[in-house]
Write a protein that binds this ligand. Structure first.
Ligand code: ADP
Ligand code: MG
Length: 705
């Protein structure tokens, strides 16, 4: 149960003064909650301002520089309403002070209201941006107008928050102020030494300071108040991850006792020998699985580093020991592709592999489920469908989750809810920097694939403006004549699915036209709106060589493996993120042939877009690219946003607060070691923190344990 002290903070935002259903919707959007009912006062408290407006400049009318925000004390001289029937002509109110005269300009404003707040002959304070037209100063729609007697109510420093449609800055600020009033006195959960060392204010003060900056410096990430809140957010994150982990660890594991017979059969049938780091990773995984604790391991390896083979070898041991293994992929295309690869590798060892996705229906699905329940199916490849309630396993021993950054923590927990406690291997191709691994996954063991398979050649990357599209098409023609395979990627622009579809389809059409008779039937198209069958068909035709130019959207971004494709053209490369470009480029350079990546951009390039493209030209090192990406974008996006269930940090900034993350991590661990049920007074305070930071989901695990 939620501690009673927190009740005031959990009132729905709709109960705050001035907030109706519409604004509650808007507040839900701006705070990232699921809906208005789920948006509570505390969500407003944890919304940090990103900048501020300084109204401290008090100048005379004619001294206020063009374009700056000033607060002026003026006397109202006369009103000049819009002429009758000509509402487009602004309503002007002329005012003056000792230095001169100016007009306050209003569009479509009510005369009665203006006469009330700007009575002729009165002195008022107005604050807003001063603009000069034809040598005359004016202020269009002042941000604030107050009577001289109420001067103290005019905010001299105003925090500025991210906004969303349907929400005025004033209303947002007012509701935040109302939420601050509700702040109860909370016990201290942070370690006293840490508090003293860092000069942390208590949490209520920190929240107040967050919303009441006094200077630009107060918005910096390293102020004690900001650090305090960042620490709290990180601690809540680490604590919830540690609670989940503690619970999972307590479940009985399935020690995998295998001699490696099946694994050897698979290994012998592989057309290559493992790299050193693949071998090391396999050893680490097998050592974990042999123990009685559940394995929780992250397999990190750049695109093309060969994670699938590692997973296959681990699954082989699980199967030999009499268990089942699942491999979950984020998309249908990837699941199908994994199935094809795994089935081939498994065949040599006589392992039964099936694929289960949402596409299996009716009789086919029933049969599949039976084979899974009976244990006849030994390796099950699929999508989220693998963890639906209707799927019952016979003896699930190992779960491999590919491209984890696309999945939420929820899915991982769902497995546990099924009453099974398989070993978990999480594979990610996004080379996530260490701080992010820690923040997102907690204290997971990590295996890294640091080398690329031998025989790989570097990818030549060039950036070319799209005016030279014609040249590229000619080069592509030559390459196709040489028997090469190429991808041509068109961007997805959020919010305009229709035009995206057009862009990839019309590019496909124009390439078909450009290549005419010679290659027209070898040009294929793949995009997200196609049926899975059509997508599969297009992918396998490309893999087999029936088609050799694949025009696609980013549906092929992760994991697609066609080793003899050697050319990657990315159109509108300036619109893609760094990690995404790296992923896309990673679709080539997977075989023996020399590969190239052509980044077509539409100029002129902005500063960040230019920086992204040059990082990509300079290096293929995924770890370096990830670090640069973090610098250019911030962590929320690197991990994929909130939808994926990953912690989108609001107060903590992982590049600025990496030190706090380390502290939070060890604090979380120490606390749970001495107080695993969070039963001490400090434990009780920490429970409050979990609620406050919306991590209370983890508290469930305390009860379950
Ligand atoms: P990723 O880590 O991106 O998932 P994959 O598992 O898809 O990489 O492997 C990429 C390609 O490299 C595949 O075609 C795979 O067969 C091949 N491969 C994997 N390991 C090796 C190796 N040790 N030597 C040569 N090729 C390998
Ligand atoms: Mg992969």
């Amino acid at each position: 149960m939620r501690p009673l002290e927190l009740d005031p903070l959990f009132v729905p935002v709709e109960s705050l003064p001035g907030i109706g259903p519409k604004s509650a919707e808007a507040l839900a959007r701006v705070t990232g909650r699921d809906g208005p009912e789920d948006t509570r006062a505390l969500d407003l408290l944890l919304l940090p301002p990103h900048s501020m407006i300084d109204r401290t400049m008090r100048a005379g009318i004619t001294e206020a520089p063009e374009g700056t925000i000033a607060t002026l004390k003026v006397r109202v001289d006369r009103h000049q309403p819009s002429p009758p029937g000509r509402r487009s002509v602004p309503y002007r109110v002329y005012v003056h002070d000792d230095t001169g005269e100016m007009a306050l300009t209003f569009f479509h404003s009510k005369q009665a209201w203006l006469e009330k707040i700007l009575p002729v002959g009165e002195t008022v304070l107005v604050s807003g941006k001063v603009e000069w037209f034809n040598g005359r100063p004016s202020m269009v729609h002042p941000d604030h107008i107050v009577a001289e007697a109420d001067a103290h109510t005019l905010p001299l420093i105003e925090p500025v928050y991210p906004l969303t449609a349907g929400l005025s800055p004033k209303l947002l600020r007012r509701s935040i102020e109302a939420a601050i009033e509700l702040m109860p006195v909370l016990p201290e959960w942070a370690d006293p030494h840490l508090v003293a060392q860092n000069g942390f204010p208590d949490v209520a003060d920190a929240i107040r300071q967050l919303h009441h900056p006094e200077s630009a410096m107060d918005l910096e990430p390293q102020t004690p108040a900001r650090r305090r809140l960042a620490y709290d957010e990180l601690l809540a994150g680490q604590l919830s991850l540690a609670l989940v982990r503690q619970t999972l660890r307590k479940l009985p594991g399935y020690p995998v006792n295998a001699e490696g017979r099946v694994r050897k059969a698979v290994l012998d049938a592989l057309p290559f020998s493992l790299t050193g780091s693949q071998t090391t990773a396999v050893d680490e995984i097998l050592a974990d699985m042999a123990g009685s604790d559940r394995m929780l391991r992250l397999l990190q390896g750049d695109v093309g580093s060969g994670k699938t083979a590692v997973a296959m070898l681990a699954m082989a041991d699980a199967v030999e020991a009499g268990g089942q293994a699942v491999l979950m992929a984020p998309t249908e295309i990837l699941a199908r592709q994994h199935f094809a690869t795994i089935e081939k590798m498994a065949a040599a060892a006589g392992i039964e592999v099936v694929v289960l996705t949402a596409r299996a229906k009716g009789r086919e699905r029933t049969e599949l489920l039976e084979r899974i329940a009976s244990g006849e199916a030994q390796i099950i490849v699929g999508t989220h469908a693998l963890f639906q309630d209707s799927v019952v396993y016979n003896n699930l021993t190992l779960a491999v989750v590919d491209e984890q950054h696309r999945f939420g923590v929820h899915q991982r927990l769902r497995l546990t809810a099924k009453g099974t406690a398989p070993h978990m291997l999480v594979m990610t191709a996004t080379p996530i920097p260490r701080t992010l691994v820690l923040a997102a996954f907690g204290d997971m063991d990590v295996s890294k694939l640091t080398e690329k398979p031998v025989g790989r050649q570097p990818i030549t990357t060039v950036t070319i403006p799209d005016e030279r599209l014609g040249d590229i098409i000619e080069r592509l023609r030559a390459a196709l004549r040489d028997g090469k395979k190429a991808y041509w990627i068109c961007p997805l622009v959020e919010d305009s699915d229709e035009s995206d579809l057009m862009s990839v389809e019309s590019r496909h059409a124009s390439l078909v036209e450009a290549f005419g008779r010679e290659f027209a039937d070898q040009i294929a198209l793949v995009h997200g709106r196609m049926s899975s069958d059509d997508k599969d068909h297009a992918m396998s035709a490309f893999k087999s060589g029936q088609t050799r130019l694949l025009v696609a959207t980013t549906v092929i971004e992760v994991g697609v493996d066609v080793p003899d494709a050697t050319i990657m053209v990315i159109e509108h490369a300036e619109r893609f993120g760094l990690a995404q470009l790296h992923q896309l480029r990673g679709r080539v350079g997977r075989g023996e042939g020399a590969s190239s990546c052509i980044l077509l951009y539409h100029g002129p390039l902005g500063e960040t877009a230019g920086a992204r493209l040059s990082v990509l030209r300079e290096t293929e090192d995924g770890f370096r690219i990830a670090e640069e990406d973090l610098k250019l974008r911030g962590e929320g996006e690197v991990l994929g946003t909130r939808q994926s269930g990953m912690p989108g940090f609001r107060l903590a900034n992982l590049s600025a607060h990496a030190d706090l993350l380390e502290i939070a991590r060890s604090d979380a661990r120490n606390v749970l070691e001495s107080d695993p049920g969070l039963a001490t007074p400090r434990g009780a305070a920490l429970r409050m923190l979990l609620y406050l930071m919306r991590r209370d989901e983890a508290i469930r695990f305390l009860r379950a344990g």
